[in-house]
Design a protein around this ligand. Sequence first.
Ligand code: CP
Length: 304
Amino acid sequence: PRHLLDFTEWSPERLNAILDNADTMLQVLDRPVKKVPALQGMTVCTAFFESSTRTRTSFELAARRMSADVMTFAAGASSASKGESLRDTVEVLTQYKVDAYIVRHHAAGAAHLVARYSGKPVINAGDGRRAHPTQALLDAYTIRQEFGSLEGKTVAILGDVRHSRVARSNAELLPKLGAKVVLCGPATLLPAELGTLPGVTLTSDPQAAVRGAHAVMALRLQQERMGGGFLGSLQEYADTYQVNEGLMQEAESGAIVLHPGPMNRDVEISHEAADGPRSRILKQVENGQAIRMSVLYHLLVGRE
Ligand code: CP
């Protein structure tokens, strides 16, 4: 595939090549001069129609580390706020000879639309609740870094699965790499259709979800996507589903704690679990830059 919109067209071989190349990118980032000429002369546009800390900054740095020019399209201050359509916006940006687009949007399918009208490689940086493929890749990479392989590993993902593009992308990616995924949350936040994906099971029992898990990921309650708000109190949610030291006792002895961020501390994850020795949450952030370098390289230069 020319684009990274989701994982439907991606083979395990190509996905593993991206993870392998991230090892090389981490070595580049460890050098005093953290720059390679791979994307010299190219221009990468980041177009974020939804807020972001990690994804936007790491993509911009990733592109610059590989010597690309970066055009930051500030959607909030653009004519999109006057009602200009996404298609018209993309047709304007394409006149600047951009080589690749990185798109975050509240609407599912927005990155597909940019791919259609830009004619250039597009990376989906999160579209509504549908997909966030580079987040899943950095999650997979972080687990692989810990255990050497994803083959035979179990990853429990707890929280607001319904509104989570991170859960969907991980449910699509991790089984392709040989891992099992257990999705867990209150029934109202756990869409049954995800249980039909290969390698994915659903449960509303958090102890059962983490039993035997090598990695436990907490998801944020996305109150901004809940319309009428979460049915129940945050305290009730935390009492049952919070990832904390007690729940982690049920997991494998060397199990790690992940969170895509941003965190609601002491709601879906306790302070102790977020900052404790099992936590790889900041490692996820560090790996995000290397994974995004690897994805850009893969799509714009080649597979080697
Ligand atoms: N995990 C993630 O996508 O974080 P940001 O929203 O800060 O980019």
